[in-house]
Design a protein around this ligand. Sequence first.
Ligand code: ADP
Ligand code: MG
Length: 253
Amino acid sequence: MSKKIIQVTDLHKSYGDFEAVKGISFTVFEGEIFGLLGPNGAGKSTTLEIIETLREKTSGEVWVDGLNLEKSPNEIKKIIGVQLQTSGFYPSLTLVELINLFSGLYNEKTDPLALLDKVNLRDKAKAKFKELSGGQKQRFSIATTLINQPKIIFLDEPTTGLDPQARRNLWDLIREIRNNGTTVIITTHYMDEAEVLCDRVAIIDSGKIISMNTPDKLIDELVASGFEKPKEVKQANLEDVFIHLTGKALREA
Ligand code: ADP
Ligand code: MG
């Protein structure tokens, strides 16, 4: 295995009397796509935002690429890329203007067109953010996480609300980013997505990690425990039908 890039140990977070994260520990290795899975309210975003230095933890220890969260938050900020909610972009600025704005904030020199190329949006360089489709907005927001050439990017539900074509397109983009050497931490509600995309996943429920492994091993464990699907398993599902009929090509203008 490659080196540890994130180490979280016994992380707790309370909001007033409510304990949202109840002693979470996990390790992320360099070059992984690591998934945090769990129902709404499980504590995924809270956990990510603590590692991203955007939220205070209540207790526990977090190390990011050898940097301690308490001692070196500013150094950590420099080596991570955080995806903003799409509502966080000025809607009337063009993509090039937004990239220049973010580059200024990060104090980085960026070639906007080269960056837009990476996410297949060069032809939208002069479009306003508000004119993009849902999938294009997500691709653009992922592009902005790359501006400071981060070692790790954090994607919180990047595919929620996208159609099947846009979702697959985003999977390709995320794999490409990882293949270029960036570690990816992602949350998702879609188990098919986690299964094809993530090297390892942690399943969080009510603030605790209840299981963690590769998707393949988790499935094997369940089967070994005697689990059987109640229905006869078909060779395809409705999403396969949909993609077969409508193709994989993106449907945005
Ligand atoms: P997830 O991302 O897994 O859906 P969150 O981390 O957003 O979960 O939230 C975990 C729990 O903490 C939820 O019950 C949520 O309502 C609560 N919570 C999140 N942020 C706050 C906050 N700022 N103040 C109080 N409670 C919060
Ligand atoms: Mg969340």
